[in-house]
Design a protein around this ligand. Structure first.
Ligand SMILES: *Cc1c(COP(=O)(O)O)cnc(C)c1O
Length: 425
């Protein structure tokens, strides 16, 4: 018999745009006993988590719950449920994840029109609004924080103009939720998808989503109750179309990612759909509890501070930062790989010799930039200082000429400045 060794994953400093390190409190919550999915103790945890998610998304929406699966499942659930085959969809793209939205919207039958900006920049909201008037879409779908390029799109003006034109505005806030302000209601976003393994610092495997009554109306118009769950009053099936109530609309084609069924499961009627991921929900609840204990504003400020220390350090070592600084995503910092340096070799040495992980990028940026994440539990002073020291050493080892010792000093300077501006530190 083969004797497999005990699992013994190394402890890392994870400075990527996800997955990131997880607070030990979340890891502990993952190990609690299982409860049955209709146990009142468990449904109370479900309800409480919905309340916490409303605070996270800054919304009064009735619906705020996790979809089981990685963030991509949340995106797919929202797009599958809201895009009816033939719907006109406008997708502004400024990086890899915008292309993913296009990919999914097209697969579910949307008539997609895209507009694109060069990677490293974002849209002037007026450009998106002009495209809306040209395309007259039913939906506008776009990314808030584009992790592939480290850019962040201002959304407020776009949301306002969508609402005025009665267009549904759907936003991928997977990378930003819990790290930078995401104002679901104030920015008129009809559906928002978050992520767990980035600024929330909960393991990958759930996708918190929220949507308002405007989105729900569309979802309900496309509802089809599963065959084995129908009650006599649930009206009759029209072949190929769904239930009579929904005959004006094509029913939602996914079963697993059908928001109309998921919301029934998350409502007091608890209409059975899948089996909720017990342990993951414990983890998510604990991650949200930590976030609410810290306070959203304090958390956003913490992310800003460590970004400032990191960029000060990188600039002091002479690194060149990638992208338009006016729209930099605070939780991802992109560094141009110097001419003649093997970016993957630098990353491998950081991981092997220092236990620190940073990321590369995709598509046109592959081999051209490194991406450093400062997200959630990984966004800490000790991580920033260790990374700067190690990065400098590894770059020197790779023959890059740089002013040795300056990076950590520059970051320490930022921390000291911040400490002296706060009476309590
Ligand atoms: C990470 C990320 C995703 C995909 O998340 P998964 O959890 O890997 O499915 C989608 N959109 C954005 C903007 C991301 O940063």
């Amino acid at each position: 018999m083969t004797d497999y060794a005990d699992l013994a994953p190394s402890s890392r400093r994870i400075m990527t745009p996800g997955p990131v390190e997880v607070d030990p409190r979340v890891l502990r919550a993952l190990s609690y006993p299982i409860l049955g999915q209709f146990d009142p103790e468990f449904t109370a945890i479900m309800n409480e988590t919905m309340g916490m998610l409303r605070l996270l998304f800054r919304t009064d929406n009735k619906w705020a719950y996790p979809v089981d699966g990685t963030s991509r499942s949340g995106i797919e659930a929202v797009l599958t449920s809201l895009i009816e085959p033939g719907d006109r969809v406008l997708i502004p793209i400024y990086g890899r994840f915008g292309h993913l939205l296009h990919e999914i919207a097209e697969r579910v039958g949307g008539e997609v029109t895209t507009i694109e900006k060069p990677w490293g920049t974002v849209f002037d909201p007026a450009e998106v609004i002009a495209a809306m008037d040209r395309v007259r879409p039913e939906l506008v779908v776009m990314v808030h924080g584009e992790t592939s390029t480290g850019r962040m799109q201002p959304l407020e003006a776009i949301g306002r103009e969508c609402r005025r034109r009665d267009i549904l505005f759907v936003v991928d806030a997977v990378a930003t939720i819990g790290g930078v302000p995401v104002e679901t209601d104030a920015w008129c976003m009809d559906a928002v998808i978050g992520g767990t393994q980035k600024c929330l610092s909960v393991p990958s495997g759930m996708a918190p989503v929220t949507y308002n009554g405007r989105a729900e109306e569309k979802v309900l118009a496309r509802k089809r109750i599963e065959r084995g769950l129908r009650m006599p009053q649930d009206s009759t099936e029209i072949p190929g179309r769904g239930l009579a109530a929904a005959v004006q609309h094509a029913y939602i084609r996914s079963n697993y990612l059908d928001l109309s069924q998921l919301q029934d499961y998350w409502s007091p009627s608890r209409l059975n759909h899948h089996t909720e991921m017990t342990s993951m929900l414990y983890g998510l609840r604990e991650g949200l509890r930590i976030l609410l204990q810290e306070g959203l504003d304090a958390r956003f400020e913490r992310h800003r501070l460590h970004e400032k220390a990191l960029t000060a350090g990188l600039q002091a070592m002479g690194a060149s930062l990638y992208g338009d600084p006016a729209c930099k995503l605070p939780v991802v910092t992109c560094v141009n790989i110097p001419e003649g340096i093997d970016g993957d070799s630098v990353r491998a040495m950081l991981l092997e010799k220092f236990g620190i992980e940073i990321a590369s990028s995709f598509g046109p940026l592959k081999g051209r930039i490194w991406r450093i994440g400062t997200m959630g539990y990984s966004c800490r002073r000790d991580n920033i200082l260790q990374l700067l020291g190690a990065f400098e050493a590894v770059l020197l080892r790779h023959g890059v000429r740089l002013p040795a010792g300056e990076a950590v000093q520059a970051a320490l300077h930022i921390y000291e400045q911040q400490a002296s501006s706060k009476a309590d530190v």
